[in-house]
Design a protein around this ligand. Structure first.
Ligand code: FES
Ligand SMILES: [Fe+2]
Length: 406
């Protein structure tokens, strides 16, 4: 039967959303795709910010860029300005990027600093967040510097990746990502060095970008002359325990190069086992970070919402330390950068076109090709479960209405 929303009834209501999300909680062969409203409506994005971006571990790329004490990056997670910075004790920390005096943003961009000094009235903080320098505060009654350290959030590292979490009650990173370390143990992820990192905007929902990166289905149609010939049919999805999905697929040559540039291939990472060195592992750390671990390189994408219909994507590519020290490394790496840029240039028009279709009030949820969209189905299942369980306005309204209508 043709499933078509009744336009006269107005935009899709939360009760329908709850029912549609339930349809995603099933094995890939039976599950429905996420409801189109989840890719197009601001109310859903607000619920996602509460459920995911302010509550879960949010991936911020490879931790190799925070190498030395004082290496920092100012970024935003769930609309909250943060500083992520490596301490003198080697610990990676996250702080609110808001001065404890009158709230000014303390740092911008990325770099290295010995202390954190506010550009407004020069309050100074140590790398561990303690307030150390405060000019002209002698007359402030009862003022104790020890009470005015930076507001701290959780930061942690796992397998060479860095994460922050705004919620103290969320389980630890290793609990959240279960057997991630075991599944990825063949790759020396910790020893890789990020050599290029840049951000760009895509006019699609943040989840669509992560979806397309994780599925093999579109390769022959979208990447026919660029990379499709490199990829074989993937293996069955890996038995991931925790908030991630992963699927390995064999390749002819390296997934890091275009099919007609394979003669520029770099050697496999040292210590990589035979099977792992002949393919690419595609992994999605829910909700917002995904990567491909190839034999010779690793490329990572973080996708963060700008609004419901556009996102900011940050791409990082990493190589083994020893390869980055080769005199001709930059020339060799260019071919890898070119392959990523070429694939993204093919994906973006498809994503922006998909977004226009998803925006339609007549868009309804579809079905997955179970094997070729295994990671996408696993994410949809996790997302739906979390959204339905979360205590936010959308799920409260959804649950009540769905109870009333059944
Ligand atoms: S706002 Fe930072 S020192 Fe005044
Ligand atoms: Fe693609």
């Amino acid at each position: 039967m043709l499933h078509r929303p009744d336009l006269a009834a107005g935009p899709p209501k939360s009760y329908a959303l709850a029912k549609d999300l339930q349809n995603c909680i099933a094995p890939a062969a039976e599950a429905f795709c996420l409801p189109p409203q989840c890719y197009a409506e601001e109310a859903v994005l607000q619920a996602e910010i509460e459920t995911f971006f302010r509550r879960k571990w949010i991936g911020i790329g490879h931790s190799g860029r925070f190498k030395a004490a004082g290496d920092y990056e100012a970024l935003e997670v769930g609309g909250v300005p943060l500083i992520v910075i490596r301490g003198k004790d080697g610990v990676l920390r996250a702080f609110a990027n808001s001065c404890r005096h009158r709230g000014a943003r303390l740092l911008d961009g990325e770099g290295n600093c010995r202390n954190i000094r506010c550009p407004f009235h020069s309050w100074g903080y140590k790398l561990d967040g303690r307030l150390i320098g405060v000019p002209h505060m002698e007359d402030a009654a009862g003022f104790d510097k020890a009470d005015y350290g930076l507001t701290a959030f959780r930061a942690a590292e796992l397998g060479g990746f860095a994460f922050v979490c705004l919620n103290d009650a969320t389980p630890s990173l290793s609990e959240e990502f279960g057997n991630f370390a075991k599944i990825h143990s063949p790759w020396p992820l910790n020893n890789l060095v990020p050599t290029r990192r840049h951000s760009f905007e895509v006019r699609c929902n943040w989840k669509s970008f992560l979806d397309v990166f994780n599925e093999y289905y579109h390769l022959p149609y979208v990447h026919r002359d660029s990379i499709d010939g490199v990829y074989n049919r993937p293996e069955v999805a890996s038995p991931a325990r925790g908030a991630y999905a992963s699927q390995f697929g064999a390749t002819d040559g390296t997934g890091g190069l275009l099919e007609h540039q394979q003669d520029h291939a770099l050697p496999a990472m040292s210590g990589l086992e035979d099977a792992a060195s002949k393919g690419v592992r595609y992994t999605w750390l829910f909700p917002n970070m995904t990567f491909a671990a190839a034999s010779d390189s690793l490329w990572i994408y973080e996708a963060n919402p700008i609004d419901a219909r556009s996102c900011r994507v940050t791409q990082t590519i990493c190589f083994p330390q020893e390869v980055t020290e080769w005199p001709d490394f930059e020339a060799r790496a260019k071919h890898y950068y070119h392959r990523l840029d070429a694939a993204i240039a093919e994906d973006i028009p498809v994503l922006e076109n998909q977004q226009r279709g998803l925006n339609s009030p007549f868009a309804v949820q579809g079905r997955f090709s179970p094997h070729l969209e295994a990671n996408v189905a696993a994410f949809a299942k996790w997302y739906a479960g979390e959204m339905l369980a979360a205590d936010h306005a959308l799920s409260n309204a959804a649950t009540m209405a769905s109870g009333a209508s059944s």
